[in-house]
Structure formats: C-alpha cells, structure tokens
Design a protein. Structure first.
Length: 364
C-alpha cells in the first residue's frame, strides 16, 4: 500500500526520490539547527543559509550572469501573468509582443491586456497549437517593450528547442514546465520565471530571474508585493517567503548538480527518455498519434491520442492499475499526456513504453 507509483502528473509532479528521503530524514530536526525547517524563522541564520545556497546553486546550474537577480515569490506562475506586464509594461510607450503557442501563453496574454498595449505576433490556433513558429515566422519586433513566450506549453506538449532571437527587446520566458531541463541562453533574456511544482520542487514557490536594468521600469504606484524592486531589495524576504518550498527546491538543485551532473547531462537524459516514447508513437502504424508536430515535440509533456476515446479511457484505467499514474490528457486537448519531467526515472518511461506496446497488441 505504501509502494510508489510512476507519477506522470503534469504538476505538482514527481520529485527525485533521494530528495524526498533527505526531507524525511531531516524533517524533525535539521542537522545543526535543532529544529525543523518548518519551524524556523525566515530571519534565522539557518534559513538565510538555505536561501543563499539555493540562489547560488541556481546561478551555477543555469550560468546566470551577474547582472541578473534571482527572487522567490508566491502566487504561482499565474501571478507572473499579471506581475510581468505590471512591472515591465506600465508606463512604456511601446507595446509588448506575445507569441501565442498554446493555453498558457494565451492566458498570459489575456492578463497582459489589462495592463497595457500588447500585440500578438504569431498565434498557433489555426492548427490547434500543434506547432511553434520559426524565427522568421514569429514576426518579432526588436523595439517591443518585451517579447513574451512560453518555452513549453504544458497542455499541448509543444516546446521551443532554443530561445527565439528577440534582438534588443527583452525576452520574457514562462519556463514553468521546462525550467532546469536544459541550459538556457541568456543573450536576449530579460526575465525568466517558473513555478516550482513541475521540474524544480513543490508547489508554493516561483523563481523569477530578472535582468537588473529592467527594475527601473517598476513604478512606485504598484502595490508593494507586486513590485519586483521590493523583492530584489529585500532579497526575497520582503514578506515571509515559502521557506519549506525554497528549502526543497534547494535540495532538487543539489540533486541536479551532484547526482545528475548538471543541466547538459540532464538535457541528454531528457532527450533519451522522450525518444523512447516518441519512437514508439512513430512506429505504431498510426495507432498512437502524437499531438505536436515532430520538430516541436516537448521533452517534458508527451501528448498523444489513441484510435478512440473509449480506448483512451481504458488506457488510463489500465495504466493506473499497473502503477502508471496521471496519464489523462488535459480536458481541452483530450487524449493522453505523459509528463516525464527531470525526476521521472528512465525505468518509469520504460514501464510506460512496455505498457503502450502491450496495450496496442491487446486492443489493436
Ligand atoms: N504556465 C505554465 C506553462 C504552466 O504549466 C502552468 C501550470 N500548469 C502555469 C503557467 C500556472 O502555474 P500556477 O498554477 O503555479 O499559477
């Protein structure tokens, strides 16, 4: 009854087992501090060390240049849909460019419209968000106040393999569902944000990485919590931060660094894992049909259909019965979605592939 299943949930999602085991070991009394992280003041040296350590490891893993600040916020990625344009668009004369590649960038656009002038430069709706624009198609304007995209659309399962070149316009990336799955190129980046509950930790904390010069755009008329400047100035201690979530994210970062060997190694592992499933889809003679076009397939969220909905339902049910959990696709796309984030072990993906082969044989 206590056995772990393979959890293919889109988030909150699977965490590395060694991280969970360390949390369990250290929960009642964090070695050296005589109390649980859950009980510790956010002003205590113990927590300040944890916060500084998490920031340092994040900076190292992603090779974040010195002129970027790292802050940890609450409110999830959804708050960033508003907070980003509140801070970076209010008072600007130029519009912000939005590239609409799926459900999450569309929702971000709808929030940004409340804050200022926005322009949609590309929208994948015509083909039901099954592909991404090329650099040439994206229609970007180097004078845009910022250029917004979602690096991985969690619902549709389309993912940019590299950053678009936005020239002088600061690139803003919602990396919620593929943060830390590969190294990032900071050349154009103005701001990156990611809620933790998919690839980086538990729900409750959102990492925001922001280029220093952009802070000058935040107006004093903003509510205090919603102003990036306050969080940078107070080093994520403007209010009580989500201490436990930051602690756990720190352990995930440590796992990435020490156990995995960094983000290049993580990227390779992710490519290998995704290939197991995509190859199977491609070799299934059309029994499994991928949603995303081949060039834009996500390494994190594999979306596909079966011949009919009754079979999809059966697939999820039988998967669950054999310990493959959370395979149901998002209601807006239907079908199956296997989320295979960083912490999903190869054995989990192999178990899914075995199940898919068997299911096809029995229901083909
Ligand atoms: N952006 C993306 C790409 C997401 O996948 C999600 C969550 N599924 C969100 C934003 C919203 O995150 P939150 O629930 O933390 O607000």
């Amino acid at each position: 009854a206590n056995q772990r299943v393979f959890n293919f949930s889109p988030g909150p999602a699977v965490l590395p087992l060694p991280v969970l085991e360390q949390v369990q070991r250290d929960l009642v009394s964090l070695p050296g501090y005589g109390m649980s992280i859950l009980e510790m003041s956010h002003r205590a040296q113990g927590f300040l060390d944890i916060l500084a350590g998490a920031k340092q490891m994040l900076r190292e893993l992603l090779a974040i240049p010195e002129n970027y600040h790292i802050i940890f916020l609450q409110g999830g990625s959804r708050l960033q849909f508003s907070m980003v344009p509140m801070n970076l668009l209010r008072g600007q004369s130029a519009a912000a460019d939005y590239v609409i590649t799926g459900s999450w960038s569309k929702m971000a656009l709808d929030e940004a419209k409340r804050e200022g002038q926005v322009k949609v430069t590309w929208d994948g709706k015509a083909t039901n968000y099954d592909r991404l624009p090329t650099q040439a198609e994206a229609g970007l304007n180097p004078d845009a106040a910022f250029t917004y995209l979602c690096s991985n659309e969690t619902i549709q399962g389309v993912q940019f393999a590299e950053e678009l070149d936005t020239g002088a316009s600061p690139l803003v990336i919602d990396a919620s569902s593929d943060f830390l799955h590969r190294p990032l190129n900071f050349k154009n980046i103005g701001l990156v944000y990611a809620c933790a509950q998919k690839n980086a930790g538990p729900a409750g904390v959102t990492a925001v990485i922001i280029r220093d010069d952009l802070l000058a755009r935040s107006q004093d008329s903003l509510p205090g919590y919603l102003n990036f400047k306050n969080h940078v100035k107070e080093d994520s201690l403007y209010n009580t931060p989500p201490t436990f979530a930051i602690y756990l994210m720190g352990l995930v970062l440590r796992w990435l660094k020490d156990d995995v060997g960094g983000l290049k190694a993580m990227h390779q592992r992710n490519k290998d894992k995704a290939k197991l499933i995509y190859d199977l889809i491609d070799g299934s003679g059309g029994y499994f049909k991928g949603h995303a076009q081949t060039a834009n397939r996500s390494l994190m969220n594999v979306t596909f259909r079966l011949p009919n909905e009754a079979l999809e339902k059966k697939f999820c049910k039988e998967g669950e019965d054999r310990g493959l959990d959370g395979l149901k696709g998002h209601r807006s796309v239907g079908g199956i979605r296997a989320s295979i984030y960083n912490a999903m072990p190869v054995a989990g993906v192999e178990a899914l592939a075995d199940f898919m082969r068997e299911f096809k044989k029995n229901n083909g």
